[in-house]
Design a protein around this ligand. Structure first.
Ligand code: PTJ
Length: 242
């Protein structure tokens, strides 16, 4: 058991969820590596929602609320970390949920759908795999015609860069959550929330109730995230902590 008083309680609990997710067949084994990379960047942003991520969550809420047909794409790591939040967000912005996996297997899709249903989701898409995202070779191209394929807005936390680009080419607006502001996904998406998915989802839900109409400049926000990380590193270095 991890005591609440442990200084790294939140981070250790996330590890535990990912570990359990692997054991239950929800998270792919390589999801451990992806999580580790995320942890490193989370450390660099101070393991809390920074202003650039807060603004991006607000922009994301507006786009999701105004979508004609929004779809939230869920993979193994996202399901293990924040299944309940995904279901609440889908309700809040009237979006469909679709399970879409990089390491696709019917068994894992079924397990992730069950987990989402245990958290209250209905009609989760993903099993049917009756359409393909154009221009993609790998299995993440397989999607639902009623879901991602026909959506105007796709929210894809922990995305891979290829699919993000392919979705954009299909004319969709893409929102992502990625702790790495340098990733291809982060740079290609219309809105990138540089935050942990466990903090980003509740934050978007909170902003769904607000009206907001400013222009969004994603690359400028990514510059802010990088500048923040650089100044934090300089601070740590000059404090002698390194
Ligand atoms: O479940 P599957 O089969 O779809 O596979 C999912 C993974 C995540 C294994 C797969 O998509 C993958 O390998 O992803 P990548 O290319 O490693 O990218 C994951 C990105 O998410 C990296 O840029 C990480 O920094 C970031 N990331 C990891 N954990 C989190 C995160 N971003 C936000 N919150 C996190 N908790």
């Amino acid at each position: 058991m991890i005591p609440r008083s442990h200084p790294r309680y939140e981070s250790l609990m996330m590890r535990k969820k990912i570990e359990d997710g692997v054991k239950k067949g929800i998270v792919h084994i390589t999801g451990l590596i992806a999580h580790g990379r995320g942890e490193a960047f989370d450390y660099l942003i101070g393991e809390k929602t920074q202003p650039f991520a807060d603004l991006a969550a607000r922009a994301a809420a507006r786009v999701l609320k105004n979508a004609k047909h929004a779809v939230i794409s869920v993979n193994g790591n996202t399901a293990a970390l924040v299944a309940d939040g995904i279901v609440k967000l889908a309700e809040k912005c009237n979006a469909d949920i679709e399970v879409n996996l990089f390491h696709r297997s019917e068994e894992r899709i079924r397990k992730i759908i069950s987990l989402l249903e245990e958290n209250g989701a209905k009609n989760v898409l993903g099993m049917e795999g009756n359409a393909r995202i154009e221009g993609l070779e790998h299995d993440r191209a397989i999607c639902s015609r009623e879901g991602i394929y026909s959506a105007d807005v796709v929210f894809v936390p922990l995305e891979d860069g290829d699919r993000c680009e392919a979705l954009k080419k299909m004319g969709k607006k893409v929102i992502t959550v990625d702790l790495n502001p340098l990733s291809r996904t982060a740079r290609k998406a219309d809105i990138t929330i540089v935050d942990n998915v466990t903090r980003a989802i509740p934050n978007i839900i909170k902003y769904c109730d607000e009206e907001w109409n400013e222009e969004w400049d994603n690359l400028r926000m990514l510059d802010e995230a990088l500048n923040f990380i650089c100044s934090r590193l300089k601070e740590i270095y000059s404090s002698g902590a390194l």
